[in-house]
Ligand binder design. Sequence first.
Ligand code: NAD
Length: 382
Amino acid sequence: MDCSITVIPGDGIGPEVIGEALKALKFIGKKYGHRFEFTEALAGGRAIDETGLPLPPETLETAKKSGAVLLGAMGGPRWDGLPGHLRPERGLLGLRSGLGVFANLRPAALLPQLRAACPLKDEVLAAANPEGKPAFDLLIVRELTGGIYFGERGRSADGNSAFDIEKYSRHEIERVLRVAYGAAAARRKKLCLVDKANVLESSRLWREVAAGVEKDYPDIETSCLYVDNCAMQLVRAPGLFDVIVTSNMFGDILSDEASVLTGSIGMLPSASLAGVPGRGNGAGGRPLGIYEPIHGSAPDIAGRDIANPLAAILSAAMMLRYSFGLETEAAALETAVGAALDRGLRTGDIAGHGAGSGGIAAGAEKIAGTREMGEAVLKALE
Ligand code: NAD
């Protein structure tokens, strides 16, 4: 298969971690006979330095023509003093809106090798886990371009009251629901709609639309949960969940809560999709997406070969799955990440979490740098 990928390494640790993800993709390309065509583009701080703009128009054009965008991170103290419209974050927001990515997918899984990174007790983790193991593996699908973050807002003339409007159209709700159902179909076939339908009219519209969409996915078990209850269940029994689909603000909050349960920010990938898998404009009729680790540019550790590249590598796996439909290759990459951890390798951010679990005896962990961890993943792919 031919896959065109726009690569935006970005700032800080971005180029370091994306470098390791690219090595893994090139290896996968050779092993499975795919041609990955990478086009590097500028955005964020580096783009400001080189062109004066956080998102040069050529970057957006290149990204629109490709099947997927692989992104590091943007920003850093060096550009903090610039006016709002010229800051690196504008590059990210411009890219998201320019590509119309409306569904943000954030997996949160507890790897057995990093068991100790999770603050929850074994009994809690095992409680609702289908296999009775102290583990969870969930995916939050968050609506990304609507709702209260984009709604009308304002203040009264005297400044003593303010409002932010949560507004969703049927179209906005249906398209993100279909992404979530598509993801659930490829996972454990459970979908939970999280809302506040006991109070909010917009949530009641989500339920109404979901009741219609659900009929197209008869093999998916659908449930609904109020957001306050979901926040509680995530720390009471995260194993209950497979796919959670929710609005922009609820997803923002719940995905941060879930990420804390998994260990380091250096482990978590994400995908932002512009279409429903199988119906979009990417290769093979799949949606264009932006794939990026959830962490930022980590200027405090940049350039020292100590950043964890696994979130970037796992983001590349999501890209293979969702934008190119390469499930076997995506799974191979994820398995290779697990194998590197099984060998006891740990970047600094995840060191000390595996002792005594995942087959690694206390004291048997080996601190690895960014490149060494990337190499270990390549080795496991062989
Ligand atoms: P951050 O995620 O960059 O760093 C938070 C902490 O986590 C730091 O201590 C950092 O060293 C550590 N960390 C992050 N990624 C790591 C990795 N892969 N391996 C090991 N440790 C890692 O968040 P921040 O410090 O709040 O932000 C730094 C810059 O990144 C800011 O300019 C911010 O605006 C930007 N940012 C960009 C994005 C993005 O591009 N999507 C997201 C968040 C923050």
